[in-house]
Design a protein around this ligand. Structure first.
Ligand SMILES: [Cu+2]
Length: 297
């Protein structure tokens, strides 16, 4: 057997400092360099950001509350008093990229550097094993930002989100006008007495503002809608009686006085009326003018 030439089997003397240089660099990435962030943290110029999922199930379609822990890259200390801005975008396989509603982040009153954030996902990363696209969640801190790639699962069990559509309430579509879409998200767990919703609308593919009286949608465009009145109503008895939900601010609505059965799936009808137009499931005037939620207190 022929021996390999020495210069191929062993590094030349001149290559040794280069190899040592690489080795020194990788050891600094493992903790000696104090300006690096830890495993699983995302780094911006000044900060390290850790994403702490809100539940063991990870992210799902519907309401997701999670924590971002922010520390100073320079010394690892908790970074307090920051304003964090969220921008979720789904890059669809189909090419139809879009955002989803969110409520940004609120600084924790108990743990320094923790910020509690809420995103309402309208779509799963994959459905029934078929990939729909990839979510990217960009967190901006001043002029700096980091991005996470949450895997959003389909929701199981109780209804997490449903849509209703405008009838004469339309926005400009790619070809023709289309019904404005409203999203009704289950807002936390129901009790036997009360059930809460977060209501948002789609202004365009990248803007999903919450809905409450005084909100102006698509301001300054031909699609502008001044939301003067909002009625969110819930029927626990198949539409025989309707209970008005209370406006809790910023798109949060809660109905009380329900008598739901604990531990079993109850059926609630949910109706949305804006400026005296009741939204329907298909945007037609004769369409079903409520959505059905399965709720297990
Ligand atoms: Cu999507």
């Amino acid at each position: 057997m022929k021996r390999a030439p020495v210069h191929l089997a062993w590094p030349k003397l001149a290559a040794v400092p280069l190899i040592l240089g690489v080795a020194a660099c990788s050891s600094s990435d493992e903790g000696i360099d104090e300006t690096a962030c830890g495993d699983g943290e995302k780094a911006s110029d000044s900060y390290c950001v850790e994403y702490i999922a809100g539940g063991v199930m990870g992210e799902q379609v519907g309401k997701n509350t999670f924590t971002l822990h922010v520390s100073h890259k320079s010394d690892g200390s908790a970074a307090t008093g920051l304003a964090l801005d969220l921008e979720p975008v789904m890059y669809m396989i189909s090419g139809m990229n879009h955002s989803t509603p969110d409520e940004d982040c609120v600084e924790s009153g108990s743990i320094a550097g923790d910020y509690v954030c809420t995103v309402y996902y309208v779509m799963a990363s994959e459905m029934g094993g078929v990939k729909m696209g990839d979510w990217e969640l960009t967190v901006s801190i001043g002029s700096e930002s980091v991005s996470f790639e949450p895997m959003v699962m389909m929701a199981m069990g109780d209804t997490s989100v449903a849509q209703l559509k405008g009838v004469n309430d339309t926005i400009s579509g790619m070809m023709t006008d289309e019904s404005r879409t409203y999203y009704l998200f289950r807002d936390g767990m129901a009790s036997t007495d009360s059930f809460a919703l977060f209501v948002a609308a789609r202004e365009n593919m990248m803007s999903f503002p919450s809905i409450y009286p005084g909100r102006v949608l698509n301001a300054g465009t031909s699609d502008e809608l001044n939301v003067a009145s909002v009625d969110v109503e819930i029927s626990p008895d198949g539409g025989a009686t309707w209970l008005a939900a209370t406006d809790e601010g910023n798109g949060h609505w809660r109905v009380s006085g329900l008598s739901l059965s604990v531990g079993v799936a109850n059926t609630l009808y949910v109706r949305l009326t804006i400026n005296d137009e009741t939204k329907t499931t298909d945007g037609s005037a004769t369409g079903q003018d409520y959505q059905i939620f399965t709720v297990t207190p």
